[in-house]
Design a protein around this ligand. Structure first.
Ligand code: NAD
Length: 248
């Protein structure tokens, strides 16, 4: 029970990596605020783990402030914040519409800023805590046709280091996990209409030397380590979990 007695907020917890993290945290003894902009997904995940569901769009400051008030009212303290909500879009800088760039940055990067801004004071009041941001391995190496997404995750990695410095004296550690390709609902959707689903999966697997994608639990395990006291001397670090993709 590595999170016994702790309280955690996980954003984007209605699916994929966030949902796996919520289930794992609950198993390890944490009380979890399951945050997602999709109310139904949040409710489903929360009910399975006796957590608390909250519909929040992390790009909206008023909603994030309400989330902080809810966490304080329910739990009295916040020990762990997992800034995981995010999504990707295709496009080079030339083909990406400015409005799509802004919308993605508002979630992937500003969302991390807003949630941290409003939760870190609660953590500090409780004597410290751990923030874990979900970056991506493409923050280190780039990926073709994903300009906005790569830039947003590079920003998350940089913000992680900046926050680690700002809050070390408050006993708040700030780290990021950098997943490689991880199976998600996004890929399920692609498979539904793809004319060569097998070829698609083969190509996806071939991105990594381990010749497979990660399952969400494999990323959740890394987030758990960063969230728990086992990583007590880690701050400002980016933990890559990508089957060797960035070693290539
Ligand atoms: N799947 C991958 O290959 C991969 C690789 C590296 C990094 N990541 C990152 O991991 C994180 C989780 O991705 P996933 O693959 O589990 O995705 P997913 O689509 O399965 O789940 C993401 C969840 O975030 C929620 N969400 C999206 N925008 C939100 C917002 N504005 N406010 C609140 N919730 C919001 C969605 O409703 C969804 O439930 C993302 O930040 C993603 O960029 C994913």
């Amino acid at each position: 029970m590595r999170l016994q007695g702790k309280t955690a907020i996980i954003t984007g917890a209605g699916a994929g990596i966030g949902a796996a993290t919520a289930a794992l945290f609950a198993k390890e003894g944490a009380r979890v605020l399951v945050v997602d902009r999709d109310e139904q997904r949040a409710a489903e995940v929360a009910s399975a783990i006796e957590g608390v569901a909250l519909a929040v769009d992390v790009s909206q400051e008023a909603a994030v402030e309400a989330m902080a008030r809810e966490a304080e009212a329910r739990f009295g303290r916040v020990d762990v914040l997992v800034n995981n909500a995010g999504y990707g879009i295709r496009g080079s800088v030339v083909t990406t519409a400015a409005a799509d760039w802004d919308a993605l940055m508002a979630v992937n990067l500003k969302g991390v800023f807003l949630c941290s801004k409003h939760i870190i004071p609660l953590m500090a009041a409780g004597g410290g805590g751990s923030v874990v941001n979900t970056a991506s391995n493409i923050a280190q190496v780039g990926l073709a046709d994903r300009a906005a997404y790569v830039a947003s995750k590079g920003g998350v990695a940089a913000l992680t280091r900046a926050m680690a410095l700002d809050h070390a004296a408050q006993n708040i550690r700030v780290n990021a996990v950098a997943p490689g390709t991880t199976w998600s609902s996004y890929f399920d959707k692609i498979l539904e209409t793809h004319d060569d689903p097998e070829g698609f999966v083969t190509a996806l697997n071939a991105r990594a030397p381990m010749n497979r994608v990660a399952q969400p639990i494999e990323i959740a395990n890394a987030i758990l380590w960063l969230a728990s006291d086992e990583s007590s001397f880690a701050t400002g670090s980016i933990l890559t979990v990508d089957g060797g993709m960035t070693a290539w």
